[in-house]
Design a protein around this ligand. Structure first.
Ligand SMILES: Cc1cc2nc3c(=O)[nH]c(=O)nc-3n(C[C@H](O)[C@H](O)[C@H](O)COP(=O)(O)OP(=O)(O)OC[C@H]3O[C@@H](n4cnc5c(N)ncnc54)[C@H](O)[C@@H]3O)c2cc1C
Length: 282
C-alpha cells in the first residue's frame, strides 16, 4: 500500500458551523476529508439557507472563539472578528411601576470580556473558504446522507437535481474510515448510527416558537458619526423580558439589529388571529 492510500478518510455530514469547523480539525491532522452537504454552496447567492430565510446573527462566546483559535489556522479568528461587534453586556429594557420606559445595562464580565455578534452566514462562509484552500479537503454540495453501514464503512447519498429515468434522484455509494455527523437537529447520521450502536436518543419539543424582526440602520448624513448608524447601543445584547416571552436584538455590522421574539405557540396564534393587536402587543 502506498503512503497516500493509508491516509484516514474522514467524511463529515453537514457543512454548518459545526461540520465545517470539525472538518478543519480533521484536515489539519492530515486526514483526507470529504464534506457532504444537503444544500447548495452557501456562498452562491441563489442558495437559500435550510432553516433561515435570512441569516440570523449568532452570539459567539469564548467556547466557539477558542474552538476556532485552536484550529491551527492563525488568520481564521482575525477574518471572523473583522466583521463582529463586541457585546459587553445585556441591556434590559423595561417599564417601571410608574409607567416610565427604562434601559438598564448589565455587564457580562468584571474584566471587560465580551461575547460577539457575528453574521451566521458570514461565519459559515469564512469556514468554507478556509476548507476550500486545503488540498486534502473536498466540499461536496447537494448530497443528502440517506444511509450508512458502520460495519462495512459505507455511506449512501442522494444527489439532488440528478433525476434518473425512474424520476428519482441518483444515489451514490462511498467508502469511509471515520464519519462525523454534523447534520443538525434532525441528524440522519445519528439515526443510522443508532442501528449499529446501543445508543438511546430522546427528542423533546419545548412550546416556544420564534419569529425574526429587523431594526433597520439609520441612514447617515454627510458628517455623521459612523457609530450613529445604530439606533440603540451597539455593544449590548438587548433584551425585553416578558413573563412568557422574550424579545432580543443583536447588532449587525451594517447598523441594523436582528431581533427575535421567543414565545409560546398559543401567543403567536393569538397575534396571527388578531393582527391589529400586534402594535399594542409591542
Ligand atoms: C433562533 C435561533 C437563535 C440562535 N442563536 C444562537 C446564538 O446566538 N449563538 C449560538 O451559538 N447558537 C445559536 N443558535 C443555535 C445554533 O444555530 C446551532 O447550535 C448551530 O446552527 C448548530 O450548528 P450545526 O452545524 O451543528 O447544525 P446546522 O447549522 O443545523 O447545520 C447542519 C447542516 O447539515 C446539513 N444536513 C442536514 N441533513 C443532512 C443530510 N441528511 N445530509 C447532508 N447534509 C445534511 C444542513 O443542510 C446544514 O447545513 C440559535 C438557534 C436558533 C434557532
Amino acid at each position: 500500500m502506498s503512503q497516500e492510500s493509508k491516509k484516514q478518510k474522514t467524511i463529515v455530514i453537514g457543512a454548518g458551523p459545526v461540520g465545517t469547523l470539525a472538518a478543519l480539525y480533521a484536515a489539519q491532522r492530515g486526514h483526507d476529508v470529504e464534506i457532504y452537504e444537503l444544500r447548495s454552496d452557501l456562498r452562491d447567492p441563489s442558495t437559500i439557507p435550510l432553516n433561515f430565510t435570512k441569516s440570523i446573527n449568532l452570539a459567539l462566546s469564548e467556547r466557539g472563539i477558542n474552538a476556532m483559535r485552536q484550529s491551527g489556522k492563525p488568520t481564521l479568528l482575525e477574518k471572523v472578528f473583522s466583521e463582529t461587534i463586541p457585546m459587553r453586556g445585556r441591556m434590559i429594557h423595561g417599564k417601571s411601576a410608574s409607567g416610565e420606559l427604562y434601559e438598564q445595562p448589565q455587564v457580562y464580565d468584571v474584566h471587560g470580556r465580551a461575547i460577539y455578534a457575528v453574521d451566521r452566514g458570514g461565519l459559515n462562509k469564512t469556514l468554507l473558504d478556509e476548507l476550500d484552500a486545503m488540498p486534502n479537503v473536498k466540499l461536496i454540495f447537494n448530497h443528502k446522507l440517506t444511509g450508512a453501514d458502520f460495519k462495512k464503512h459505507k455511506a449512501w447519498f442522494e444527489v439532488s437535481k440528478s433525476e434518473t429515468s425512474t424520476g428519482r434522484n441518483r444515489e451514490i455509494e462511498i467508502n469511509f474510515d471515520f464519519m462525523i455527523g454534523a447534520d443538525g437537529a434532525h441528524s440522519a447520521a445519528r439515526y443510522h448510527m443508532m442501528k449499529y450502536a446501543r445508543m438511546n436518543y430522546q427528542q423533546e419539543y419545548i412550546d416556544t416558537l420564534w419569529c425574526e424582526f429587523q431594526i433597520p440602520a439609520k441612514v447617515l448624513q454627510a458628517g455623521d458619526d459612523q457609530e450613529s448608524r445604530f439606533r440603540i447601543s451597539p455593544n449590548h445584547l438587548h433584551i425585553w423580558p416578558g413573563k412568557d416571552f422574550m424579545f432580543i436584538a443583536i447588532p449587525s455590522f451594517d447598523g441594523s439589529f436582528t431581533c427575535t421574539l421567543f414565545m409560546p405557540s398559543l401567543h403567536f396564534d393569538r397575534l396571527e388571529a388578531e393582527s391589529a393587536s400586534v402594535p399594542a402587543f409591542f
